[in-house]
Design a protein around this ligand. Sequence first.
Ligand code: CMC
Length: 398
Amino acid sequence: MGVAQSSVEEIRHERTGIVFRPGLDGVPATQSSICDIDGQQGRLSYRGYPLEELAAESTFLETAYLLIWGELPTTDQLKAFEHEVQMHRRVSFRVRDMMKCFPATGHPMDALQSSAASLGLFYSRRAIDDPKYIYAAVVRLIAKIPTMVAAFQLIRKGQDPIQPRDDLAYSANFLYMLTEREPDPFAARIFDRCLMLHAEHSLNASTFSARVTASTLTDPYAVVASAVGTLAGPLHGGANEDVLAMLEEISSPDQAAAYLDDAIANKRKVMGFGHREYRVKDPRAVILQALVEEMFERFGHDELYDVARALEAAAETRLGPKGIYPNVDFYSGLVYRKLGIPRDLFTPVFAISRVAGWLAHWREQLGANRIFRPSQIYTGSTQRSWIPLESRLPTAGA
Ligand code: CMC
């Protein structure tokens, strides 16, 4: 229908000359000063600070502050932000009661999306031009999302959620609420570094979703809920869960090459590999792999790591020439598994972290807003005449 395919990546509409790039590959959809990716060199920075430095020196809350407000906080600003987040960790008993009605068999990402959206009911004032409202919404979302993730985990096991502990820092408190045990400080620090690594990554699908939702000037809870729903898919955040299932299926390092050959021959995606932005190994995967090794040194080895390394080695010659290397989701699950986090909570943990990036983009979008309303290339029928009911043929595929 008037569409000429000029290459795999680009489709030109004959009548209008408009060019469509599937998946908006290479099409800028915004200007942003939050995160910079160099996909050829494998470099990533938040607000100009290299990720490696932040992961070594900062904390998740400090990094979240940097992402959202653009500058590293002073001592007083950081103290105030940490205190505010600590004060807002609890969720209303109504949210907990609502979560008790969720099916225990439901996926925790669906539970999180519903609970995040429900915050809009509790904080229904919408004053997106008021800096105090924005600050309060940021604090609430960063504070309450971990509590909701941990609450669903306990509720689905038939237990009552436990209350946050004010004497524990952000990451340690989450692990405590999840496992009901005070975590080893070393493990809590590793987890906090994982959160920093996942906090922001420019215009990925969930962040784009957040910005599109933000551009309608709706409330921040709807912005985050739409982003959580987008993050859940296996091509995006959901891949971290699938990587572990894949490693378990491969089960032994000497099966890795055969698994890869079979996946490639049957055009199956290998989970945890590939990225639209990177042609080299994702810098976050490099740091996460180092964290995996630190964890194992302290808490013992995991044989699935040997499988992962064998798969990465086999992929070097098979996928490397196409620029397909491990991404952020490849090694993260091995850290989470060692921390005792159940596999289907890996993506909710990603959301706990990425909420910082979504909120940074929410603010940035509000700062120079124009509603997203892209065009399309119509490929359907034209000029059809009405068909009376008795003359119609059955619709194929319905
Ligand atoms: N395994 C095997 N082949 C792959 C893979 C993979 N993981 N990723 C890309 N390819 C191939 C793909 O088959 C295609 O080959 P061909 O040109 O011969 O048809 C080519 O590389 C381009 O792939 P694409 O799917 O068009 O690339 P994209 O930029 O649209 O997709 C991606 C990027 C991340 C969705 C994709 O690499 C993928 O599906 N990876 C597996 C899922 C995954 O790990 N997702 C997490 C992404 S990173 C973190 C996050 O976003 O949450």
